[in-house]
Design a protein. Sequence first.
Length: 54
Amino acid sequence: MLHYAVVFLVIALIAALLGFGGLAAGAASIAKVLAIVFVVMAVASFLWGRMRRP
């Protein structure tokens, strides 16, 4: 699950560069959504790891 969180982070950063650089207007909103997905998945992965340890 952490792997997917990192993949979403990379995609969000690329979308942010495209959107904030003026190349694609819609990429900025995509970057925001992907950043939120990354944060949620990172927190879920952290919590999942904490629960699985004895």
